[in-house]
Design a protein around this ligand. Sequence first.
Ligand code: EPZ
Length: 430
Amino acid sequence: MEQYIIKGGNPLVGEVEIGGAKNAALAILTAAIMTDETVFIENLPDVSDINVLLEAIAEIGATVERVDRHTVRINGSTIGAVSVDYEFIKKIRASYYLLGALLGKYKKAEVPLPGGCNIGSRPIDQHLKGFRALGAEVTIQHGAIMASASDLTGSHIFLDMVSVGATINIMMAAALAKGYTIIENAAKEPHVVDVANFLNSMGANIKGAGTDVIRIRGVESLHSTNYSIVPDMIEAGTYMCAAAATKGDILIKNVIPKHLEAITAKLVEIGCEVQEFDDSIRIIASKRLRRTHVKTLPYPGYPTDMQPQIAVTLALAEGTSIVTESIFENRFKYVDELSRMGSTIKVEGNTAIIDGVEKFTGARVSAPDLRAGAALVIAGLAAEGITTVDDIIYIQRGYEDFEGKLRSLGAEIEKVSTEKEIQKFKLRIG
Ligand code: EPZ
């Protein structure tokens, strides 16, 4: 079992480069199979979620050629099956995007119902409502979603809640439907816009992505494209919080500062200095930070995927902060782990009441999920002494070379898997 071992206390200082957005890439890779022509995708993050999805796509017969660590060539003309194996959907929820992609292209898809996820119950009723509105017959049989249609026809769809996944899935299917589709109450996240841009670069006709009304005029077929994935705002935000929590000074490169505004605003509010440039952002935290309130909301609100990271930062700030999680009900599982490092946080329903402490002390903790795992690493970087983070398999789902990038900022962090390696680390750092 791999772990991170961290000797905390060093302020992060230096420059770090952000990769492509995992959550955009997951959808774009599935959308790539919607043409029979070859699609070339760059700026792909090398993280396990992406690598598993590429396997799932290859498994249904698409030709997947990894050109280099961040570039892939995909050809969907060789697809032989419209049914996806449960092994993949179990490992990676986002393979449900294959529903929209396969249904759009072949008017038929069979994808196992994604199981429960550790950040809360995650229904997909809005995805299915959208497919039905486009004329598909959708049933659930033997644990799988079976969707089929003789023809998909454009429709006017009003989502009951803002859902990234439903917006993207419906957009993909509607791109190859007959006629005009309108998605109201659509998600506005940068990765929704990125998927729309990608589909448009393949010949789709999608307008309004990034607003809450998306209009799609269906086209007959899609064609080849070369596309580069948008920078990952959550990876960038995670380094922003790491700089804030360790009282560091870092320049984060290859970002779109506009996408980071909600995070920037909170960090400025609590006392960080943030400088924005064209495609980079600098965070300077020179003194103890102040309390604030944070509530997660769909974009452009404060992202749920950045909730644990800001909570860890606030747990070291002066005064009492309140963090409200309004998207997923089970995203406070790191709180018990963090309390082992000396934090004082009380969770009541979807609210965490955080009494800031002067310092954390290193402890052995376990990553409960991807973002919470990253937050515990931040806690370890800020803590006095040694922290080990178990179950880093979650963190590796979404952060490329997390330890390497942190080390380049001056952090003492190592990925280890044996007691010998742990001892070696301890000897080295003294
Ligand atoms: C995406 O999940 C992201 N995953 C999540 O990132 C992210 O936390 C989430 O959006 C919110 O930003 C990917 O992009 C692969 P939703 P998704 O549909 O699409 C409810 C990470 O750490 N809902 O926007 O599954 C749902 O329960 C991950 O990278 C329904 O009720 O999220 C939630 O309360 C974790 N019915 C809310 O809507 C539906 O049919 C928003 O979920 C769909 C959603």
